[in-house]
Design a protein. Sequence first.
Length: 373
Amino acid sequence: MRILMHSIYFPPEVGGLETHVATLCKALMKRGHDVTVVTSHSIKSAPKFEVYDGIKVHRVFCPKKSTLGWTVTSIAAIPKVYSLSKDIDILHAHTFPSIVPCAPPAKLRKIPFVATIHTSHFLRLAKKAFWRKVLKFLLKKPDIILAPSKEIKDVCVDIAPNIKAYSLINAVDIDRFKPTKPVIDRINNEKIIIVPRRLFEKNGVEYAIRALPLVREKVSAHLYLIGDGPLREKLIRLANELGITDFVHFLGAKPNKEMPGYLSSADVVVIPSLIEATSVAALEAMACERVVVASNVGGLPEIVTEKTGKLAQPGDPADLAEKIVEVLLMPDELKAKLGKNAREMVVKNWSTDSLAEQVEKIYLEAIKKVRSR
């Protein structure tokens, strides 16, 4: 198949959406498909066109990373998506703003059209009356809607009841993400807690920092934050106020290819989100045989179970600390068992090959649906 995708962001941008789209593209190419991506020129040093791991990538104007910026770049992408859609078999939009540039060629050229509704940002907007009307209009455009969690799928169907929608959890490159040599040097033999989260409010990193003093009352540990964002300075001040500056390490954003080494350094990986679709970072940690402590919110309970980790109440540093301590004090044999369970679950259910096979079937269903019309 000739597949044309639109995604607001794509590598070298760092994040769950970007990683998912790139990983899916490579898995589909491995199955013999031709894949082209249109994305935003959000990083000015990135070329306007390049071949990224065999994927043809076109970048269009993006003023800034914001709701307004997403709107502008989606509109700016319409000519590019239309020009590239002449001889393709499938259009695939990633995130709801991506429906905007894909809908016109899908309708005018009768191209089968699939959209994946990523991100917890969608869940926030879905609670607002104005945005529900906008989202209903957009969700009715694709032939099939995909969602990375049951929660998002259910919200999509609630907004637009007659759409065809499936829940399809994101995937991990299990060849890249596997146990490997740690890259973080242990300080005074203390435990290592890793939070692979961008520093945005919805990711709940504040609560991991607030939990650390409670953890350290029982276990000597250091907290490593991998990711960047607008809350960095605020979180640095918080660590200082709590008197734990020496034990909180802000490592900034790291390229996806370096993450296995960081995750493999952890005694526990923490995903303290306040709102979440499905965390690619959690799946990557599980693929590296790490025990994950995650918030009991959104799609996280679909992937983190008692056989692989612990769930904590979102926004509750005391409960989060309790669950982290439980993992840190586990016998090594039990922790290793949970880690192996975690990787086995990812390999069985959420590998890129498995995802690509499922997406391929959905593409064929969309093609059949359009032809029947």
